[in-house]
Design a protein around this ligand. Structure first.
Ligand code: GLC
Length: 425
């Protein structure tokens, strides 16, 4: 554990705001200075959630910056490039400017990430009651959801498929090992300084190859459905989508729209999650083999965000979460992969370390299911992590030491939210 002076709640909150101030670049917050110098989609949703009580106007501006990058298809890209700062894979890889559906005035990637944005807008609405804002952004959110329901239901069963590990938000999760291993051996030798140590070179080359294939197919949904070699239904992505559908249903009357289609979409996702991804726990489905991917990761708990998830599934998931497979055996939960899995690695990115954003999502899930002891445990252990190691990207689940970037925006933003709840309690 690296030494860090103990800080009280007020000082921790000030430090978090300071990080978010330093990472704000005028139209968006970068995830971390240096390594991630542009706007990342679900990072921005977490930042907006964290700012909702403190600087809601900035939270709104954050999402506005992201929505500028939305494609005419409704797709919200996983990266929006507001500046020309070097990053790989950057605009020359994605070539959004050559695509008729991409926004003309701003460069973006061609992939998406977990659709947390409606939930973020709902949080902003709850803390501001700003009807004008909700009316303004509602169409963008509805278009994003319509895109997922049509272009991304590649399995035809009511779930949205991810077509690249980067779309999961858990880039290097062991859940993607099997589908990646089925791809051809690729040797490009592209490297990203600072990110290289996170995954083997062969995986990185496959990531790039997958992105180029999709790009060269014109980002067409028919290509994704019929040919693209990576297509996976992920429980975290779909659990987040379901929660955002419920948020849209709550926002619809504020914006003057009918909530029913969004509530119905949530019901479709819930039924599909149980039918397609449930086997006593939630596992991702590889649509190319039509098999569930057996490794259990923190993504399994994504559907817990749904207050209407069947009771037996809630009970089973909470038992697994609290067991020695996840929270029970680690001092600094929640590990991103179950610790008894052969793929578990306490030091490697999404293959073991604990993350503030997944802890926050699980804490919300615990609140939704009225599990105060779990809310309390997740709050205190997450605050302990950042208090001791700083706003790091992720943390060793056994000793709490920080890993990855420093001054990581979502770690700071969600700390603000946790602190506000602690003070309010
Ligand atoms: C990494 C993470 C992803 C995040 C991005 C920017 O790629 O896996 O979830 O959005 O960094 O922080």
């Amino acid at each position: 554990m690296e030494a860090r002076p103990a800080v009280d709640d007020a000082a921790l909150g000030r430090e978090a705001l300071h990080v978010l101030e330093a990472n704000w670049m005028g139209s968006a917050t970068v995830p971390a200075p240096g390594l991630y110098p542009h706007q990342w989609s679900w990072d921005s949703a977490f930042v907006a959630i964290g700012l909702a009580r403190h600087l809601p106007g900035r939270g709104m501006a954050e999402l506005d910056g992201l929505f500028q990058g939305q494609w005419a298809t409704g797709m919200i890209p996983h990266i929006v490039f507001h500046t020309s700062e070097a990053y790989f894979p950057g605009p020359s890889v994605w070539r959004s400017s050559e695509h008729a559906d991409a926004p003309p005035a701003i460069l973006t990637s061609g992939l998406t990430t977990p659709p947390l944005h409606a939930l973020a807008v709902w949080r902003l609405w709850r803390h501001t009651a700003d009807v004008g804002y909700v009316r303004r952004v509602f169409p963008a959110l509805a278009a994003q959801h319509a895109y997922l329901a049509t272009a991304r239901d590649l399995g035809g069963g009511g779930l949205a498929a991810i077509v690249h590990p980067w779309e999961s938000g858990m880039d290097d999760s062991p859940a993607w090992d099997e589908p990646l291993a089925a791809l051809p051996e690729i040797r490009y030798g592209y490297r990203t300084p600072g990110l290289d140590e996170r995954h083997p070179a062969s995986d990185h080359d496959r990531y790039v190859w997958l992105a180029l294939r999709y790009r060269d197919a014109g980002y067409r949904p028919e290509y994704l459905r019929d040919e693209h070699p990576f297509a996976v239904e992920d429980p975290l992505f779909n659990g987040v989508w379901l929660a955002s559908c419920q948020a849209l249903a709550a926002l619809a009357p504020v914006a003057g729209f009918d909530p029913a289609p969004h509530a119905e979409q949530a019901a479709v996702i819930r039924a599909a999650l149980m039918e397609r991804l449930w086997d006593g726990c939630f596992h991702a489905r590889d649509l190319r083999t039509n098999r569930l991917i057996p490794v259990t990761t923190v993504a399994a708990f994504g559907p817990l965000l749904d207050p209407e998830l069947p009771r037996h599934a809630v009970t089973a998931l909470v038992e697994i979460l609290e067991s020695a497979r996840f929270m029970g055996a680690t001092g600094y939960p929640v590990p991103s992969c179950e610790i008894r899995a052969p793929q578990f690695d306490r030091t490697r990115y999404w293959r073991g370390p604990s993350w503030v954003n997944t802890n926050w999502l699980l804490r919300r899930a615990a609140a939704v299911h009225d599990l105060p002891h779990l809310v309390q445990l997740l709050t205190s252990s997450t605050l302990r992590l950042v208090r001791q190691a700083g706003f790091r990207e992720c943390f060793d689940p056994f000793d709490g030491s920080g890993r990855g970037c420093r001054d990581f925006s979502w770690s700071a933003a969600l700390t603000l939210d946790l602190l506000a709840d602690t003070l309010a309690a």
